[in-house]
Design a protein around this ligand. Structure first.
Ligand code: ZN
Ligand code: ZN
Length: 141
């Protein structure tokens, strides 16, 4: 089926599939995402948990925000360390897939850029997307 998209970690021990388009496509420029993904920003495809099906064992590590005190859990491959997704206390029922792990992320639509206050100066945000200096909620759709 064409509305099923596949993805996985670099070593192949963990594979997953997602159903349809994400509720929202987000680029997050927060310092936490920069660090946890060893990158300039995070590209996140947020799905309802029931629309993400994972095969293989994932390790989950909990992080507590030193700002809000709320938890965030990162799911990654215990073999190769690829971060595959995260869930957050403030997003019940949602799973944010790390979009770089999709086999083909080209179809993904980015709706917004968040935490632009900590965006690295050499990252240029395209025109026509919503931007938020800090976080933003999941839009109702
Ligand atoms: Zn792996
Ligand atoms: Zn972030």
């Amino acid at each position: 089926m064409s509305d099923i998209h596949h993805g996985g970690c670099v070593c192949g021990a963990v594979r997953y599939r997602v159903r349809g388009n994400p509720v929202v496509g987000t680029v997050c420029h927060c310092k936490f995402c920069q660090k946890r993904l060893a990158s300039a920003f995070a590209v996140l495809a947020s799905y309802k948990i029931e629309d993400v099906e994972t095969q293989g064992e994932v390790k989950e590590v909990e992080h507590r925000s030193d700002v809000s005190g709320r938890w965030l859990k990162m799911q990654f491959c215990p073999e190769c360390g690829t971060t595959l997704s995260h869930t957050a206390e403030w997003r019940p029922g949602m799973r944010a897939v790390a979009a770089g792990t999709l086999d083909d992320p080209t179809w993904l639509r980015i709706d917004r850029h968040i935490w632009t206050q900590s965006k690295l100066p050499w990252v240029v945000i395209p025109e026509g997307v919503e931007t938020y200096p800090q976080g933003a909620g999941i839009p109702a759709r």
